[in-house]
Design a protein around this ligand. Structure first.
Ligand SMILES: Nc1nc2c(ncn2[C@@H]2O[C@H](COP(=O)(O)OP(=O)(O)OP(=O)(O)O)[C@@H](O)[C@H]2O)c(=O)[nH]1
Ligand SMILES: [Mg+2]
Length: 196
C-alpha cells in the first residue's frame, strides 16, 4: 500500500480517550520489547513515528496513528514487563481492556511473538483473551533477521504448536530491520480493510 500520510493522533490510557469514528483499525499487541513500535514504523515507512525504546514497557496507553486519513494503526502497550510494578500492570490492563472492549471484534489484531524467544505463557493467554472478543488475529513472528532460514522455520512451527493455532491462522515471519514479511503482512491488512 502506498502511504500518503501517517500521523499520530492521540494516546488513550482509558476508555474516555478512545476513538470511535467508524474508521477501520489494526491493533498491534504483544510482549513488551517484542518490536511493536518498530514494526508499525516499518509498515508505514516512517522511522520515528511510534516511539522505539531500548527500555521495555514504555508504551502505557493505546496510541492511535491515522493512515491515509482512512484507517488507524493502534500501538497497544506491551505485556509481561517483569520489572513493572503493580500500579503499572493495572494501568496496562486497564488501557488494553478498555481498548479491546470498545474496538474488538471489529479490528484486525496483529499479535506479535518474538521468533527467537518463541510463544510464552503470556502470549498464549493474550491469544485466548483476544480470541474471546471474536477478533481476527494474524500472528507476526518478529525479529526474523535474528534467525537462520532453518531455525526460522522451526520457530514458526513451535509458535503454532504453543498457541495451538488452526490452519486458518497465518503466522508471518517479519523483521522491522530487514523488511522481511512486510509485504505479506500488508496483504493481510489490505484484506481486512477491504472487508470493512
Ligand atoms: N534485530 C531486530 N531488532 C528489533 C526488530 N524490531 C525491533 N527490534 C529491537 O527490539 C527493541 C524493542 O523494540 P520496540 O519496537 O520498541 O518494541 P515494543 O514492542 O514497541 O516495546 P514496548 O513499547 O516497550 O512494549 C528495540 O531495541 C528494537 O531496536 C527487528 O526486526 N530486528
Ligand atoms: Mg512500543
Amino acid at each position: 500500500m502506498k502511504i500518503d500520510s501517517a500521523e499520530f493522533i492521540r494516546s488513550a490510557p482509558s476508555s474516555r480517550e478512545l476513538l470511535r469514528d467508524g474508521r477501520p483499525e489494526v491493533a498491534f499487541v504483544g510482549r513488551s520489547n517484542v518490536g511493536k513500535s518498530s514494526l508499525l514504523n516499518r509498515l508505514l515507512g516512517r522511522k520515528g513515528l511510534a516511539r522505539i525504546s531500548s527500555t521495555p514497557g514504555r508504551t502505557r496507553a493505546a496510541n492511535y496513528f491515522l493512515v491515509n486519513r482512512r484507517f488507524y494503526f493502534v500501538d497497544l502497550p506491551g505485556y509481561g514487563y517483569a520489572k513493572a510494578g503493580l500500579k503499572e500492570r493495572e494501568a496496562w490492563a486497564a488501557a488494553v481492556d478498555a481498548y479491546c472492549r470498545a474496538s474488538l471484534p471489529g479490528a484486525l489484531v496483529v499479535l506479535l511473538v518474538d521468533s527467537k524467544v518463541g510463544a510464552t505463557q503470556l502470549d498464549l493467554e493474550a491469544w485466548d483473551y483476544l480470541s474471546a472478543f471474536g477478533a481476527r488475529i494474524v500472528v507476526a513472528a518478529t525479529k526474523s533477521d535474528r534467525l537462520s532460514n532453518n531455525r526460522r522455520r522451526s520457530a514458526l512451527d513451535a509458535i503454532r504448536r504453543t498457541l495451538q493455532l488452526g490452519d486458518d491462522v497465518k503466522v508471518i515471519p517479519v523483521s522491522a530491520r530487514s523488511g522481511d514479511g512486510i509485504k505479506e503482512l500488508w496483504r493481510e491488512i489490505d484484506l481486512h480493510l477491504r472487508s470493512e
